[in-house]
Write a protein that binds this ligand. Structure first.
Ligand SMILES: [Zn+2]
Length: 373
């Protein structure tokens, strides 16, 4: 996507600041992208801003509004991690605003894949005589808005699977007991992850076993939408997940979508949706598509047992896995973090690339991207 031209260490320095600002919108701007913008004159920051909430002004608008001396703008460079928009959305196009303010140069992290933008913002700026540099910290810029980019590329949500497991890959002992596998620091990080994902998805089995609420309690931040997969409508109405603290969507089979229990759930404020199933599983691809298209949920964090993890991986629906690994052993009779993948040959194994690792208290937190051939 684009090429880096005239990129310098200074450009990267200010683009880092854009990314830092953009991240402040995490959890608040979806389904819009996270965007930060910095305005620089002669190596001095004269304005900055970010997209603060969905429907609010874009980063460039906020950055331009923060400049106290508008006479500086014609000699300024505007940095922004995503291509300025060229279409009328909830706000007028930022590229028009930049042109009207006579900004000399614009530095962009990555292009906006949104079909109404996709290079048109850059084109408009260049046609108006603005010098444009694209692709500064492109990889980082694309990574920040990976869910937004996936959504506008293939209309599916970005799926992050989380496991809390022992070093031998177990999430529970044979009895099913699974509380406190990992420590307090890991738990806080899981809550932080919830606060920045659009939704957290789990299964009836996990709700029945753990009675978890899936809300954000161990850190600051807003609750994600909760999604429960319950093909057989087994989840008790008294489950903590139906506490009304956050929007809750339940997917069941087409056969049970209009059942008495489904009606009881709806009466409690739960959004009940029906999806096809194959006799064992709900159609996971259809569920994710529905979450994306009908509920505008672009990033889904999965917190469930090995069965759902295995099924999502088998169906190639996982983008990243975050492994919280405790220095404990549950042995072969414990329950595995990843259920059956139905592999016959080592060559068929999904291949991942580790992207980061760090200690969280006594635990190790490893992130891996999943690549499917
Ligand atoms: Zn804009």
């Amino acid at each position: 996507m684009g090429h880096a031209s005239h990129s310098t260490a200074r450009d990267e320095y200010y683009m880092h600041r854009c990314l830092e600002l953009a991240r402040k919108g995490a959890g608040l701007v979806s389904p819009n992208p996270m965007v930060g913008s910095v305005i620089v004159v002669e190596d001095r920051v004269v304005g900055e801003g970010f997209h603060e909430r969905y429907g609010g002004p874009h980063a460039e608008v906020n950055a331009l509004a923060s400049v106290s001396d508008a006479s500086l703008l014609p000699s300024s460079t505007l940095y922004v991690n995503l291509e300025p928009c060229s279409h009328y959305g909830k706000t007028p196009p930022c590229s028009d605003l930049i042109i009207s303010k006579k900004i000399r140069r614009v530095v962009v992290g990555c292009l906006d894949p949104h079909e109404k933008v996709a290079g048109k913002g850059i084109e408009k700026l260049r046609q108006a005589g603005v010098e444009v540099t694209i692709g500064v910290l492109q990889r980082e810029s694309e990574a920040l808005n990976e869910a937004f980019i996936k959504s506008h590329t293939i209309s599916m949500p970005f799926v992050v699977l989380k496991t809390a497991q022992t070093i031998d890959g177990r999430i529970a002992v044979a009895s099913g007991e699974s509380k406190w596998v990992t420590g307090a620091e890991s738990r806080r990080e899981v809550h932080r992850m919830r606060s920045v994902h659009d939704a957290v998805m789990t299964t009836s089995s996990t709700v029945i076993a753990d009675n978890s609420r899936l809300t954000v309690r161990h850190c600051e931040g807003r609750n994600p939408v909760r999604v429960v997969l319950d093909r057989l409508l087994r989840v008790p109405l008294s489950s903590a997940i139906f506490d009304g603290e956050a929007k809750t969507i339940l997917y069941t089979s087409n056969a049970l979508g209009s059942s008495e229990k489904a009606r009881a759930l709806k009466a409690m404020g739960v959004i009940v949706c029906a999806a096809g199933d194959d006799g064992d599983f709900l159609d996971l691809s259809a569920v994710l598509k529905s979450l994306h298209d009908e509920h505008a949920l672009l990033s889904i964090m999965v917190e469930a047992g090995g069965t759902l993890a295995g099924a999502l991986i088998r169906h190639r629906l996982v983008d990243r896995i975050v492994w919280f690994v405790a220095p404990k052993l549950f042995g072969a009779d414990g329950l595995g973090a990843v259920g059956s993948l139905g592999l016959q040959s080592v060559d068929d194994a999904p291949v991942m690339r580790f992207s980061s690792s760090r200690f969280l208290g006594n635990d190790l937190c490893i992130e891996s991207s999943v690549f499917f051939e």
